[in-house]
Write a protein that binds this ligand. Sequence first.
Ligand SMILES: N[C@@H](CCC(=O)N[C@@H](CS)C(=O)NCC(=O)O)C(=O)O
Length: 233
Amino acid sequence: MRELFELCGADPELVFSPYCWRVRLALAHKGLDWQSRPTRFTDKELIAFSGQKLVPVLIDEGETVHDSLAIFAYLDQRYPQRPLLGGALAAERARLVERLSFHMVRVPLLKMLIPRVWQVIDPADREYFRSSREKALGMSLEAFADPQGGERLFREGVAPLEMWLRDQPFLEGQASGGCDYLLAGMLFWAWCLGAQPWAEDSALGAWFARILQTYEATHGPVKRAAIHLEENQ
Ligand SMILES: N[C@@H](CCC(=O)N[C@@H](CS)C(=O)NCC(=O)O)C(=O)O
Protein backbone atom coordinates (compact mmCIF):
# COMPACT_ATOMS: atom_id res chain seq x y z
CA MET A 1 0.00 0.00 0.00
CA ARG A 2 1.15 3.53 -0.79
CA GLU A 3 0.56 6.08 1.96
CA LEU A 4 0.85 9.85 1.84
CA PHE A 5 1.12 11.78 5.10
CA GLU A 6 -0.21 15.22 4.35
CA LEU A 7 -1.14 18.35 6.25
CA CYS A 8 -4.82 18.78 7.05
CA GLY A 9 -7.01 21.27 8.84
CA ALA A 10 -9.44 20.56 11.67
CA ASP A 11 -11.36 18.77 8.90
CA PRO A 12 -9.15 15.82 7.90
CA GLU A 13 -10.42 16.05 4.33
CA LEU A 14 -9.18 19.61 3.95
CA VAL A 15 -5.67 19.11 2.62
CA PHE A 16 -4.11 22.46 1.80
CA SER A 17 -0.31 22.33 1.98
CA PRO A 18 1.38 23.40 -1.28
CA TYR A 19 4.07 20.74 -0.88
CA CYS A 20 1.54 17.97 -0.28
CA TRP A 21 -0.45 19.09 -3.32
CA ARG A 22 2.67 18.84 -5.45
CA VAL A 23 2.94 15.19 -4.46
CA ARG A 24 -0.74 14.45 -5.05
CA LEU A 25 -0.41 15.93 -8.55
CA ALA A 26 2.80 13.97 -9.19
CA LEU A 27 1.20 10.68 -8.10
CA ALA A 28 -1.84 11.40 -10.28
CA HIS A 29 0.50 12.17 -13.21
CA LYS A 30 2.08 8.74 -12.81
CA GLY A 31 -1.33 7.07 -12.55
CA LEU A 32 -0.54 5.84 -9.02
CA ASP A 33 -3.08 5.51 -6.22
CA TRP A 34 -2.43 6.36 -2.61
CA GLN A 35 -4.08 6.35 0.77
CA SER A 36 -4.18 9.75 2.47
CA ARG A 37 -2.89 9.97 6.04
CA PRO A 38 -4.19 13.33 7.24
CA THR A 39 -1.64 14.88 9.60
CA ARG A 40 -2.14 17.98 11.74
CA PHE A 41 0.68 20.41 12.51
CA THR A 42 1.23 18.92 15.94
CA ASP A 43 0.84 15.24 14.96
CA LYS A 44 4.61 14.87 14.94
CA GLU A 45 4.52 11.34 16.35
CA LEU A 46 2.62 10.17 13.24
CA ILE A 47 5.61 10.99 11.02
CA ALA A 48 8.41 10.37 13.54
CA PHE A 49 9.34 7.21 11.59
CA SER A 50 10.55 9.49 8.75
CA GLY A 51 13.27 10.99 10.96
CA GLN A 52 12.10 14.59 10.48
CA LYS A 53 9.06 16.77 11.23
CA LEU A 54 7.57 17.95 7.94
CA VAL A 55 5.02 16.61 5.47
CA PRO A 56 4.68 15.38 2.76
CA VAL A 57 6.01 11.94 3.67
CA LEU A 58 5.43 9.10 1.23
CA ILE A 59 5.65 5.42 2.09
CA ASP A 60 5.91 3.38 -1.08
CA GLU A 61 6.82 -0.31 -1.26
CA GLY A 62 8.48 -0.07 2.15
CA GLU A 63 10.51 3.04 1.14
CA THR A 64 10.02 6.26 3.12
CA VAL A 65 10.66 9.52 1.27
CA HIS A 66 10.04 13.11 2.42
CA ASP A 67 10.35 16.51 0.72
CA SER A 68 8.27 17.18 -2.39
CA LEU A 69 11.17 17.44 -4.84
CA ALA A 70 12.88 14.36 -3.41
CA ILE A 71 9.57 12.50 -3.82
CA PHE A 72 9.40 13.59 -7.49
CA ALA A 73 12.93 12.20 -8.01
CA TYR A 74 12.05 8.98 -6.17
CA LEU A 75 8.89 8.49 -8.26
CA ASP A 76 10.83 8.97 -11.49
CA GLN A 77 13.43 6.44 -10.45
CA ARG A 78 10.90 3.86 -9.21
CA TYR A 79 8.21 4.47 -11.87
CA PRO A 80 9.96 5.74 -15.01
CA GLN A 81 6.72 6.04 -17.04
CA ARG A 82 5.66 9.66 -17.69
CA PRO A 83 8.74 11.37 -16.18
CA LEU A 84 8.25 14.30 -13.84
CA LEU A 85 11.78 15.67 -13.82
CA GLY A 86 13.58 13.74 -16.57
CA GLY A 87 17.37 13.48 -16.50
CA ALA A 88 19.86 15.13 -14.13
CA LEU A 89 20.03 18.39 -16.09
CA ALA A 90 16.25 18.73 -16.20
CA ALA A 91 16.09 17.95 -12.47
CA GLU A 92 18.49 20.85 -11.80
CA ARG A 93 16.28 23.17 -13.83
CA ALA A 94 13.26 22.01 -11.83
CA ARG A 95 15.18 22.92 -8.66
CA LEU A 96 15.59 26.43 -10.05
CA VAL A 97 11.85 26.66 -10.79
CA GLU A 98 11.18 25.42 -7.26
CA ARG A 99 13.35 28.19 -5.75
CA LEU A 100 11.82 30.85 -7.99
CA SER A 101 8.30 29.76 -7.12
CA PHE A 102 9.23 29.77 -3.43
CA HIS A 103 10.23 33.42 -3.47
CA MET A 104 7.93 34.84 -6.16
CA VAL A 105 4.75 32.95 -5.33
CA ARG A 106 4.99 31.30 -1.93
CA VAL A 107 5.91 34.42 0.05
CA PRO A 108 3.12 36.60 -1.47
CA LEU A 109 0.60 33.80 -0.95
CA LEU A 110 1.69 33.38 2.65
CA LYS A 111 0.94 37.06 3.25
CA MET A 112 -2.51 36.49 1.76
CA LEU A 113 -3.34 33.16 3.30
CA ILE A 114 -2.24 33.39 6.94
CA PRO A 115 -5.70 34.49 8.19
CA ARG A 116 -7.26 31.61 6.26
CA VAL A 117 -4.80 29.02 7.54
CA TRP A 118 -5.56 30.28 11.05
CA GLN A 119 -9.26 29.65 10.51
CA VAL A 120 -9.03 26.14 9.11
CA ILE A 121 -6.44 24.56 11.39
CA ASP A 122 -7.38 22.60 14.46
CA PRO A 123 -7.59 25.05 17.39
CA ALA A 124 -5.14 22.72 19.17
CA ASP A 125 -2.57 23.54 16.43
CA ARG A 126 -2.87 27.32 16.72
CA GLU A 127 -0.32 27.95 19.43
CA TYR A 128 2.26 25.83 17.58
CA PHE A 129 1.41 27.50 14.26
CA ARG A 130 1.80 30.97 15.75
CA SER A 131 5.05 30.35 17.61
CA SER A 132 6.76 28.39 14.79
CA ARG A 133 5.77 30.90 12.08
CA GLU A 134 6.57 33.97 14.16
CA LYS A 135 10.01 32.53 14.89
CA ALA A 136 10.62 31.87 11.17
CA LEU A 137 9.25 35.24 10.04
CA GLY A 138 10.88 37.27 12.79
CA MET A 139 7.62 39.11 13.44
CA SER A 140 4.06 38.54 14.58
CA LEU A 141 1.54 36.90 12.26
CA GLU A 142 -0.47 40.12 12.33
CA ALA A 143 2.55 42.19 11.26
CA PHE A 144 3.37 39.82 8.38
CA ALA A 145 -0.15 39.11 7.09
CA ASP A 146 -1.28 41.47 4.36
CA PRO A 147 -3.95 39.91 2.11
CA GLN A 148 -4.22 42.86 -0.29
CA GLY A 149 -0.47 43.46 -0.49
CA GLY A 150 0.13 39.72 -0.89
CA GLU A 151 -2.35 39.55 -3.76
CA ARG A 152 -0.59 42.46 -5.51
CA LEU A 153 2.82 40.80 -5.04
CA PHE A 154 1.38 37.51 -6.32
CA ARG A 155 0.19 39.18 -9.54
CA GLU A 156 3.60 40.76 -10.04
CA GLY A 157 5.33 37.45 -9.32
CA VAL A 158 3.30 35.45 -11.85
CA ALA A 159 3.37 38.11 -14.61
CA PRO A 160 6.24 36.38 -16.52
CA LEU A 161 4.39 33.06 -16.28
CA GLU A 162 1.25 34.68 -17.66
CA MET A 163 3.24 35.66 -20.78
CA TRP A 164 4.77 32.16 -21.01
CA LEU A 165 1.40 30.42 -20.76
CA ARG A 166 -0.10 32.54 -23.53
CA ASP A 167 2.15 30.63 -25.95
CA GLN A 168 1.74 27.07 -24.67
CA PRO A 169 -0.76 25.19 -22.51
CA PHE A 170 1.71 24.12 -19.80
CA LEU A 171 4.95 25.44 -18.31
CA GLU A 172 6.60 22.30 -19.67
CA GLY A 173 5.15 22.71 -23.19
CA GLN A 174 2.30 20.72 -24.71
CA ALA A 175 1.88 18.38 -21.73
CA SER A 176 2.20 19.00 -17.99
CA GLY A 177 5.30 17.87 -16.10
CA GLY A 178 7.17 18.31 -12.84
CA CYS A 179 7.62 22.10 -13.13
CA ASP A 180 3.88 22.53 -13.65
CA TYR A 181 3.17 20.63 -10.45
CA LEU A 182 5.84 22.48 -8.45
CA LEU A 183 4.04 25.73 -9.18
CA ALA A 184 0.49 24.35 -9.24
CA GLY A 185 0.92 23.04 -5.68
CA MET A 186 1.24 26.67 -4.59
CA LEU A 187 -2.01 27.62 -6.33
CA PHE A 188 -3.82 24.61 -4.85
CA TRP A 189 -2.87 25.98 -1.43
CA ALA A 190 -4.81 29.17 -2.20
CA TRP A 191 -7.63 27.30 -3.95
CA CYS A 192 -8.24 24.88 -1.06
CA LEU A 193 -8.32 27.81 1.36
CA GLY A 194 -11.06 29.41 -0.74
CA ALA A 195 -8.87 32.09 -2.38
CA GLN A 196 -8.21 32.69 -6.06
CA PRO A 197 -5.81 35.58 -6.65
CA TRP A 198 -5.67 34.94 -10.40
CA ALA A 199 -8.31 35.90 -13.00
CA GLU A 200 -10.30 33.00 -14.40
CA ASP A 201 -9.85 34.31 -17.95
CA SER A 202 -6.08 34.75 -17.62
CA ALA A 203 -3.62 32.29 -19.18
CA LEU A 204 -2.58 31.31 -15.66
CA GLY A 205 -6.24 30.74 -14.73
CA ALA A 206 -6.78 28.53 -17.79
CA TRP A 207 -3.59 26.58 -16.98
CA PHE A 208 -4.71 26.02 -13.37
CA ALA A 209 -8.16 24.93 -14.55
CA ARG A 210 -6.57 22.35 -16.90
CA ILE A 211 -4.53 20.85 -14.07
CA LEU A 212 -7.47 20.91 -11.64
CA GLN A 213 -9.84 19.29 -14.15
CA THR A 214 -7.38 16.51 -14.98
CA TYR A 215 -6.89 15.79 -11.28
CA GLU A 216 -10.62 15.89 -10.49
CA ALA A 217 -11.46 13.64 -13.45
CA THR A 218 -9.71 10.74 -11.71
CA HIS A 219 -9.80 11.72 -8.03
CA GLY A 220 -13.10 13.56 -7.61
CA PRO A 221 -13.79 17.10 -6.45
CA VAL A 222 -11.08 18.90 -4.51
CA LYS A 223 -12.29 20.03 -1.10
CA ARG A 224 -12.23 23.81 -0.55
CA ALA A 225 -12.75 25.65 2.72
CA ALA A 226 -15.68 28.02 3.02
CA ILE A 227 -14.04 30.95 4.76
CA HIS A 228 -15.57 34.25 5.78
CA LEU A 229 -13.00 36.89 6.53
CA GLU A 230 -13.48 40.34 8.01
CA GLU A 231 -13.52 43.21 5.49
CA ASN A 232 -9.89 44.13 6.09
CA GLN A 233 -8.45 40.59 6.05
N1 LIG B 1 10.88 21.43 1.43
C1 LIG B 1 9.75 20.68 1.93
C2 LIG B 1 8.88 21.63 2.75
C3 LIG B 1 7.84 20.86 3.53
C4 LIG B 1 7.06 21.76 4.49
O1 LIG B 1 7.45 22.88 4.80
N2 LIG B 1 5.90 21.23 4.96
C5 LIG B 1 5.04 21.96 5.85
C6 LIG B 1 3.63 21.87 5.34
S1 LIG B 1 3.23 23.26 4.35
C7 LIG B 1 5.02 21.27 7.21
O2 LIG B 1 5.13 20.07 7.30
N3 LIG B 1 4.87 22.03 8.28
C8 LIG B 1 4.79 21.47 9.60
C9 LIG B 1 5.49 22.30 10.61
O3 LIG B 1 5.79 23.46 10.30
O4 LIG B 1 5.70 21.81 11.71
C10 LIG B 1 8.99 20.07 0.75
O5 LIG B 1 9.16 20.54 -0.38
O6 LIG B 1 8.28 19.07 0.94
